[in-house]
Design a protein around this ligand. Structure first.
Ligand SMILES: Nc1nc2c(ncn2[C@@H]2O[C@H](COP(=O)(O)OP(=O)(O)OP(=O)(O)O)[C@@H](O)[C@H]2O)c(=O)[nH]1
Length: 458
């Protein structure tokens, strides 16, 4: 019978020979090495090797037992901190992280302290970390610090300003393209233009526009003999603003009845946007009525009902499958007879049934015009920023159906394609009247081209 002959090396390893054990590990025989080393936990020469293998294998609880049962100084402070954290020994983990004291360890320590409810200590550690924070991490850490301060009642909850909301809305885009870092302290050279081109495309400005922008910048840089990249950034800012400034628009507002007709494909954020706008109108003291003309799905009707409750608006609805124009007729009859000032109409958004959809929307618009004149109708197309320029082809279908007076670009906070505002404006030439910057009731903000570009490039 062929005996499986233990290699000489393996035999030596099993006797606790360090070199032989290390050679086993080099050959990938980690499990075998652990098996052998677990017999030599008392050996201070071999214990660190076992601790290191436990860490590599993610056996944190075993590593924790070595620290507790044999030697609390095994590994580095950072390794011990990780083991203690994984083993739920947060206090010890914090101690080790604070011994390391670098940015990442301080953040871990602060997070653990916060999770343990020790918010004062968490704040103190976060503030230490802030002094070491790399540029790109500062904003996130400052938001953490602000949150802890609010928890501790050190500052009242700062009402998010328009700029704060815009910052939040463009965070993903900025993290993806980092324009702010691109120009800092750089010379104007071909590499810079190539990087700029790549980042403009990443922000979904579109290839055609990107090439045009970069070409214009190259020419200007030569004409003005620009050497510093910062100057180029100012030129880029001016160009982007020039491309979108004509798309600034406010939604129609007056004391008497205004009808807002919402178009957009399912999932674009129509119903949510109606809810946010209804909330605002009710807060302004306007008598507001929602109209559930997306009768294709019961879910859409129910969803609008939820928004009516959340916003304090009233609602007119019929059962699923009813004629949408009939719902609109009933809604406007009620609005006129009962003195409503705002009517917000939700419609179906099934683009794949293009012809019937166009017919349905035209019929709805005709019904509206039986009650109010064109100037008191705001036809708003809701576009989902996360699909970027693809929303332009969607928009063209809806444009075939009815005249669109404004665009609402939603989910800007959920995408790195914030630059899509530029091609949408350039291609559709329709005012962008509102930006959806989050799921909250207040996360619907006006489109301010200057502030938008300022934030995008900062
Ligand atoms: N992050 C973020 N999410 C949003 C925003 N606007 C809408 N949403 C979310 O997008 C999803 C779809 O929103 P809906 O309002 O249901 O979209 P819809 O167009 O009405 O879709 P249907 O109900 O299928 O017609 C929901 O989860 C919303 O919370 C926004 O500005 N930011």
């Amino acid at each position: 019978m062929l005996f499986w002959k233990k290699s000489e090396e393996e035999r030596k390893a099993e006797e606790g020979d360090k070199t032989a054990i290390l050679s086993l590990i080099e050959k990938g025989k980690v499990k075998k090495a652990i098996q052998i080393l677990e017999k030599f936990k008392d050996n201070p020469q071999l214990r660190p090797i076992l601790f290191d293998l436990y860490l590599k294998e993610g056996k944190y609880y075993y590593a924790y037992q070595l620290l507790e049962g044999y030697d609390p100084n095994l590994g580095t402070a950072k390794e011990r901190a990780l083991v203690y954290a994984k083993a739920g020994q947060y206090k010890k983990a914090v101690e080790e992280y604070l011994k390391v004291g670098d940015f990442e360890s301080l953040i871990h320590a602060g997070d653990l302290l916060y999770s343990m409810g020790e918010k004062e200590k968490a704040l103190e550690v976060y503030q230490r970390a802030l002094k070491l924070a790399p540029l790109l991490e500062r904003q996130t850490l400052e938001e953490k610090i602000q949150k802890v301060k609010v928890d501790l009642g050190l500052v009242e909850v700062k009402k998010e300003s328009f700029i704060d909301k815009l910052k939040k809305g463009l965070k993903k885009t900025k993290e993806a393209v980092e324009f702010g870092l691109l120009f800092r302290g750089r010379k104007v050279d071909e590499e810079l233009f190539e990087e700029l081109e790549e980042r403009l495309i990443r922000a979904d400005i579109g290839v055609k526009l990107t090439v045009k922008i970069v070409e214009e910048l190259r020419k200007e840089a030569i004409r003005r003999n620009i050497k510093q990249a910062e100057e180029l950034k100012d030129l880029l800012k001016g160009m982007l603003i020039s491309y979108i400034k004509d798309c600034k628009g406010e939604i129609k507002q007056k004391d008497e009845l205004v009808v807002y007709l919402f178009l957009g494909v399912n999932g674009s954020g129509k119903t949510t946007t109606i809810g946010k706008l209804a909330y605002r109108f009710v807060k302004e003291g306007k008598k507001t009525l929602l109209c559930a003309a997306d009768t294709f799905r019961a879910a859409a009707i129910e969803q609008l009902e939820v928004w009516a409750q959340r916003s304090g608006a009233d609602i007119v609805k019929k059962q699923e499958g009813s004629d949408p124009a009939a719902v609109v007729y009933e809604g406007l009859q009620k609005a006129v007879s009962e003195g409503y000032q705002r009517v917000l109409i939700d419609t179906a958004g099934r683009l794949h049934t293009k012809e019937p959809l166009i017919k349905e929307l035209r019929k709805i618009k005709q019904t509206i015009l039986r009650f109010v004149s064109e100037e008191d109708v705001e036809t708003l197309l809701v576009l989902d920023a996360t699909i970027g320029q693809n929303s332009i082809s969607q928009a063209k279908v809806f444009k075939e159906a009815v005249d669109i007076s404004g665009i609402i670009l939603t989910k800007l906070d959920g995408t790195s394609k914030g630059g899509t505002v530029v091609p949408i404006c350039q291609e559709l030439k329709i005012p962008i009247k509102l930006l959806g910057l989050g799921e909250g009731l207040e996360d619907l903000q006006p489109f301010e081209p200057e502030a938008f570009v300022e934030e995008l490039l900062s």
